[in-house]
Write a protein that binds this ligand. Sequence first.
Ligand code: BGC
Length: 251
Amino acid sequence: MTDLPLGIDFGGTGIKGAPVDLDAGAFAADRAKIATPRPATPEAVAAVFRELVSRFPVSTSPVGVTVPAVVHHGVVGSAANIDDSWIGTDADAVFTEALGREVHVVNDADAAGLAEVEYGAARGHRGLVIVTTLGTGIGSALIHDHVLVPNSELGHLEVEGHNAESRAANSAREAEDLSWEEWAGRLTTYYRTVERLFSPELIVVGGGVSKSWDKFGPLIDIGTEIVPATLQNKAGIIGAALVATRAATEA
Ligand code: BGC
């Protein structure tokens, strides 16, 4: 597996990575996980990445990293749920330097969305697919005929006067102890706004809570076809490895 790209998922509690077989859209070895340092500054995170990468056989293939933030050409542009010190950081440069290996950073939902379109729930779908991740925040990926429009940030749409993710993310369900029915009502309001603005052909719902799809998914009452993600917590890692490989090939 010496020539496989590595995907790293940088989350609020854990940093997880695995080598990815891009033909199969699957991990080529068991995932490794290390707790996210606190505070999760770029330097502290880079040290964890070094440790994580050292757990896999040496390779020269690129590394893809998800971050829960806007990313422009490797530079982080927002920090809704991460340490503010990320804003303005050229994460591609910091991590490439730290790992001695080409690194490309991508928004977490964009990575998961690409993976779902290439290998998961939206495989084979043409037209506009919107992949959303319901977690601490709401992430979104806007993909048209396999082409990603990055940094769509639809979790921050204003819905009924609120930042949508503050009402409809899985963290809001937990914090407010909402029933599945109540939460599905909020998701209906949210997704109706999304479908009114973008007219997608398919909406995919990811994030850890999509495991419980049967409890809330069928209660979301919208006109657009809406389905659960199928790659679960592998989507970010697989998508990041895909993005890094494409970026390296294009360079
Ligand atoms: C961030 C997005 C991210 C999403 C999911 C939002 O708060 O603004 O960049 O994709 O959370 O982590």
